[in-house]
Design a protein around this ligand. Sequence first.
Ligand code: M6R
Length: 656
Amino acid sequence: MRQKVVIGISPGKPTFFCSAPCFLQLKFLLLPVIKNPYDSPMCGIVAYIGKRPAVPLLVEGLRRLEYRGYDSAGLSTLGNGRLHTRKRVGRVDALATLIREQPIDGSIGISHTRWATHGAPSDANSHPHADASGKITVVHNGVIENYQALKDALVKEGHSFASDTDTEVLAHLIGKHYAEGKLKDERGLLDAARAALRQVVGTYGIAALSSDCPGVIVGARRGSPLVVGIGQGEHFLSSDVNAIVAHTRDVVYLNDYDLVAVRADDFRVERLDEGEARVEISKVAHDAGAAEKGDFPHYMLKEIFEQPQTIQNAMRGRFNRNESSAALGGLNLTSTELRNVDRIIMTACGTSWHAALVGEYLIEEIARVPCEVEYASEFRYRNPPIDKNTLLFAITQSGETADTLAALREAKRKGHKALGICNVVGSTIARESDGGVYLHAGPEVGVASTKAFTAQVTVLALIALLLGRLRHLSAMQGSRFIQELESIPDKITRILKQHDAIREIAAKYKDARDFLFLGRQCNYPVALEGALKLKEISYIHAEGYPAAEMKHGPIALVDEKTPSVFICPQDAIYEKTMSNLEEVRARKGRVIAIATEGDTAISRKADDVIHVPKTIDALYPLLTNIPLQLLAYHIAVQLGRDVDKPRNLAKSVTVE
Ligand code: M6R
């Protein structure tokens, strides 16, 4: 049976948290040999075909993707009928230098920035990788789990390899099928890619180039995002819209098991199993400027300063003032269904997990619905009882985090409603959820998550309001909550004005080797988040703890060299937190306090105080978190760290 195909442009409907289409089920039915389907490394791919010189476009695209992985970078172009490859260990800048020294041309090319899995970062292990003939090169995100068996078989057939990577094995496999096939054209290349990928166990997003086929780039995805960018007489292929949004906002998010032939004038999507391909064109909501630093020295600082706006964006159009409630149509749940929810599970990783912990507090406090928060990496392998009235939320900035995606799929597989709270439009989690809420925070490029956290907490506050108003929360209480939420952006602006003072505080503490972050109730997750922010960008050891729990162990760390950051706004539990602060002072610990404006008493007890405006207890995390972001940022800058690209990390963690 010949495959059905879709060529070029079809009017698309938005992919906003639609129900899972049937291809998801197909995957499980038709391709059972592939295991571990959600595990793919966090590298970046960008490819171009058109009339313009490819190299500047590819290098520019790689720079925008560098936050996905920054161990090495490389590219191949086709010029004068020949493949030209340049690759180098290190950042994209190192590749750009190499290309200046050894220029290449061509208006078709593929490129890659790497986060190493198989094989250490080195020139040889950098992508692209060539097949045995040297006529085909491939870039790849993902893990070929059976690469050793495939490699052994190829070696027996006489293949030799120049790298330690699984990707080179894939390149040789495609080359072998191409050499053995009858067709030496685009069809032959597509069939060779299909045959090779059918032998692969693992995950991939790939782009391949052949000197026999100068008019096409072949791409395919399974478990690693890949998007086609549609231009005028030119097309792009990328793992992330941010790499191409400067050139086009019309994109097609490929589905798992899609195989695509991208040409200058059109593109053609096929299915690996030769079934029917679905193509929907989406419009990227933001422009390239949204993913640029502007006048800020770092993305992280820009994103911290964007928060008054991003919180407003997360709330915009989402209040139902007549009912003193929230309007969240994307949840795809009726009032009756929402009333029937008797338990919520929130699953997430990292900073998103901290936002979920704040959400637990908000939803239990305001809506009185029991909540549990699970690390996605634990949830996916546990077998927790979930009943029909349990609602699952997967919370994620990127929408691509492997563990969170697997947790969502596990809940759906069991037939439960699984919703997403997600920032990246069109991401895998956004598309596979039964419904959800977008954050509308715009691209978050800094590896340390900042504005996504406050947007997530804002959305969770809206969910708490909605559920509360369907239960015991009065209209007056609902209105007061809305009023308070709406005042948050201005209050954050006031906190941001203390930027210079926080820089000075950072200078006093930057040489500490350990930090404690302590808070209670909904400020306990803020303490966890403050500690994570500091350690991931400054490499200083930091621990977040419930302030009262500290005396059960961590207090042993306290001495004059270990500062404690106390999150102690004037909330219902203020006096208790102050007692914990005294316990630290009694042991000569230095204290930085995050306190409410007008709290003069605290200045006598803490070494340094950063004030936040007053709000209701449940919303303090939206304020108290901001000084901690700035503190971590300034300490990291003063220590000379690479704030936007901290060592060993990448923005989207698509390995488990
Ligand atoms: O994209 P996600 O929100 O799913 O990412 C989750 C974590 O990987 C992420 O929050 C990570 O912990 C950040 N580096 C924290 O700043």
